[in-house]
Design a protein around this ligand. Sequence first.
Ligand code: GLU
Length: 260
Amino acid sequence: MSPVQTLVVKIGTSSLTGGGTGQFALSTLAALVETLCTLRQQGHQVVLVSSGAVGIGCRRLQLNDRPKTLAMKQAVAAVGQGRLMRIYDDLFSALNQPIAQVLLTRSDLAQRSRYVNSYRTFRQLLQLGVIPIVNENDTVAVEELKFGDNDTLSALVASLIGAQWLFLLTDVDRLYSADPRSNPGAKPIISIDRQADIQALKAVAGGQGSAWGTGGMLTKLEAAQIATTAGVRTVITDGRQPQNVVKALAGEAVGTQFAP
Ligand code: GLU
């Protein structure tokens, strides 16, 4: 394996706001920023895909419920995205790490000229040693042109830039054969080497009585499918332990790993 790896790390709203309250989980964020800076110092190329615009926008506007209409969601995301980038810039600046905001819609990756252009921009940013921070361009994306969730977006970005690794940070340490909170016999799933096994897990995650009791596992498995098909090793692991990313690169069996 080449000593310099390109990796995409995706963090969701619930990990970075401590349960989706819109209040920043500062210690998690600081640990994530420190980890990504360590990886940069080791020479790796790093892209962060971060959700949070809608959750943080809701808190800023003192809205208690997630917006229901598209216009409201887009307006709230426009408020939250700036605050999200501000906190990242403060934390990364403390470690002298330049960052960039990249907002994408599905059509940016569906049309060839825009796809090629997005690819060139990412390559240039990575060559400059910048950490691009990606989110969906919620403010302009119309329903039929949305990625829908950042798990899918992160898999498509990993494939676009030819990353070796995709890390999906979530609120469980790895996948289990059943919900470990209610089923003491649940077995941890350490690695998955075949597409057929991802498909089988999707059936469990999507069916009634979801295997993990946490939302979003189905989109993570779909993201793992997209990424591994594009040759990207994918890891689902705990967002509160961002150091797991460094451990996985060193060959430790953290999280659930999907081989390409
Ligand atoms: N783009 C949305 C946001 O920043 C999040 C999408 C997702 O939850 O995956 O709030």
